[in-house]
Design a protein around this ligand. Structure first.
Ligand SMILES: *[C@@H]1O[C@H](CO)[C@@H](O)[C@H](O)[C@H]1NC(C)=O
Ligand SMILES: *[C@@H]1O[C@H](CO)[C@@H](O)[C@H](O)[C@H]1NC(C)=O
Ligand SMILES: *[C@@H]1O[C@H](CO)[C@@H](O)[C@H](O)[C@H]1NC(C)=O
Ligand SMILES: *[C@@H]1O[C@H](CO)[C@@H](O)[C@H](O)[C@H]1NC(C)=O
Length: 501
């Protein structure tokens, strides 16, 4: 069953679909899909069997596309691995792959299905787009033959790429993006030689495309926004939530806020893998998001977005992330520090002892300040302020500077940084800031039950403070300023399973 969430206040501009003049707003859709997985097997299945499984998934996506189009959506994003899942070796995924041409060939697979060989998946996706007059974004696998004339060609004579494709409302292939930053377990795919910056223009703004782990990167993620000035980013992902700092909806919405772009994030849905959390995020607010650890169903979301956010009066100003923190003296009142791990990184923590207070904690070059006031501080809950400045080296390498305030898992300080699901203590006031050496800082607040804090309750000030604004008490699980220092990254974030020589 496909359920739909579409905020009531959104006006439907269905009449504009056939209109090619510039639109000030558009309706975006994302679909969180509970992927039907193939059986795990080392031995490759036949192409027919692979197609059968892919068609089962596309049947579900088709219902979502139709429903979205009926509601006036201009574009719909479906998840990474959304058509065949992720349980593969290099050999066993091969029957699922198609040769995907570059968009420059100007191809509508629905009209001309045999032009590039056997491509039934591209044909079907193209027809979905064309028949419903909607842009369709999907993630499939590309295969590219190579031979000894290319010294990097793998021994089996082909490259296999994790690939996003976009078909426009006439069914034309308008974008093809090969995922650059593969995540460690993706042994079925090859790293492309170069990072591609893939964009396309529409009557409702300029779009960029990337995939899942790419969101940690400068190339292509930041480059698409800073260098190519896209208005909106299309983001298929297969993201498993890792509290406290790496949950899908909090992290993705923070990225959209900090980068000041629209982000259309479609996650796969599999609760036993903790995969859930999709949404439509504008620079100034979360338009809609979905987080569901209870059911095994998919979910369609729609929201109206501004086509060109920088032209809007609501466009948030740029933030100087260290201005406030550098202007104040560190708070020092008999605080003791202790270490704690978050996702394999050793933070320096200090406990927040009173109902209200000022604390500073430093790690290397980063000092984090918190000023806070709690109501109803519970004796059985402990909160701590943590700082981390260093290279993360597990499942990828990337340089971080992070300030975080979080609830410890138990009252034992050694549990600070471990995942925790609920909090009862409420914060009436808070202001978190840090002496960041980067202008890329992603601000997030997660409340008890993994819910996002509504924007009316907090703000990011121009001098880099993440602070309360309404005085409404919030049951904070974790808040963080998650900074990325790209200059200190190694050349590639992902560590490939096999090194191409
Ligand atoms: C997986 O295997 C079971 C039992 O052999 C079979 O019934 C089922 O159809 C298979 N599923 C897929 C997706 O091939
Ligand atoms: C294989 O190599 C030959 C030259 O040795 C070249 O002409 C041909 O295009 C290559 N094929 C592929 C798929 O790269
Ligand atoms: C979720 O993913 C796991 C691991 O790949 C798989 O074993 C399980 O069957 C999936 N659950 C569903 C409901 O598909
Ligand atoms: C925190 O510091 C501010 C000034 O920096 C001061 O006004 C306030 O009283 C302090 N709060 C506590 C609880 O110490």
């Amino acid at each position: 069953m496909i359920t739909l969430y579409f905020p009531k206040q959104v006006v439907i501009f269905g009449l504009f679909i056939l209109n090619v003049r510039a639109l000030d707003t558009f309706i975006a859709a994302v679909y969180e899909h509970a992927v039907i997985l193939p059986n795990r097997t080392e031995k490759p299945v036949s192409h027919e069997e692979a197609l059968l499984l892919m068609n089962k998934n596309i049947d579900v996506l088709e219902k979502a596309v139709k429903l979205a189009a009926q509601q006036g959506a201009h574009i719909i994003v479906t998840p990474e691995d959304g058509i065949y899942g992720w349980v593969f070796t290099r050999e066993s995924i091969y029957p699922y792959l198609e040769d995907i041409p570059a968009p420059e060939v100007n191809w509508i697979p629905c009209r001309n299905p045999k032009r590039f060989g056997n491509t039934p998946v591209q044909e079907r996706l193209s027809c979905l787009a064309k028949d419903n007059s909607i842009y369709v974004v999907a993630n499939i696998g590309d295969k590219k033959p190579c031979n000894a004339s290319d010294p990097q060609c793998p021994p089996d004579g082909r490259y296999q790429y994790n690939t996003n494709v976009v078909f426009d409302a006439e069914g034309r292939l308008v974008a093809r993006y090969h995922k650059y930053n593969l995540f460690a377990p993706e042994i079925q795919f090859d790293f492309p030689k170069d990072s591609e910056l893939v964009t396309f223009d529409t009557p409702f703004g300029k779009f960029g495309v990337f995939t899942c782990f790419d969101i940690f990167s400068h190339n292509p993620a930041v480059a698409l926004v800073d260098e190519l000035q896209v208005d909106s980013v299309l983001y298929p992902t297969a993201w498993y939530n890792t509290l406290p700092l790496l949950s899908a909806a909090p992290f993705h919405s923070a990225w959209a806020r900090a980068m000041r772009v629209n982000l259309l994030a479609a996650n796969t849905h599999n609760t036993s893998m903790h995969m859930t959390g999709s949404g439509i995020y504008a620079p100034e607010e979360v338009k809609v998001y979905h987080y569901d650890m209870e059911t095994s169903s998919g979910q369609l979301m729609l929201a109206e977005l501004k086509s060109r956010p920088p032209l809007e009066p609501t466009f948030p100003p740029a933030v100087d992330w260290s201005a406030y923190a550098r202007s104040v003296k560190p708070f020092t009142s008999g605080q003791s520090h202790f270490p704690g791990m978050i996702y394999f990184d050793e933070f320096t923590f200090t406990e927040l002892k009173g109902d209200a207070g000022n604390y500073t904690v430093c790690h290397k070059d980063l000092c984090c300040h918190i000023t806070y006031k709690m109501s109803e501080k519970r004796g059985d809950e402990v909160f701590a302020l943590g700082a981390f400045d260093g290279l993360h080296t597990v499942e990828g390498q990337y340089y971080l500077q992070i300030c975080t305030l979080l609830k410890c898992q138990t009252t034992d300080l050694r549990s600070c940084g471990e995942p925790v699901g609920s909090a009862f203590t409420k914060f009436e006031e808070f202001s978190l800031s840090g002496t960041f050496g980067t202008s890329y800082v992603f601000p997030q607040i997660v409340l008890s039950g993994s819910q996002l804090a509504p924007e009316r309750h907090y703000e990011v000030s121009r001098d880099g403070r993440l602070r309360s604004r309404s005085g409404a008490p919030l049951p904070v699980l974790v808040m963080a300023l998650y900074g990325r220092v790209f200059e200190k990254d190694p050349p590639r974030l992902g560590q490939g399973p096999r090194k191409l020589q």
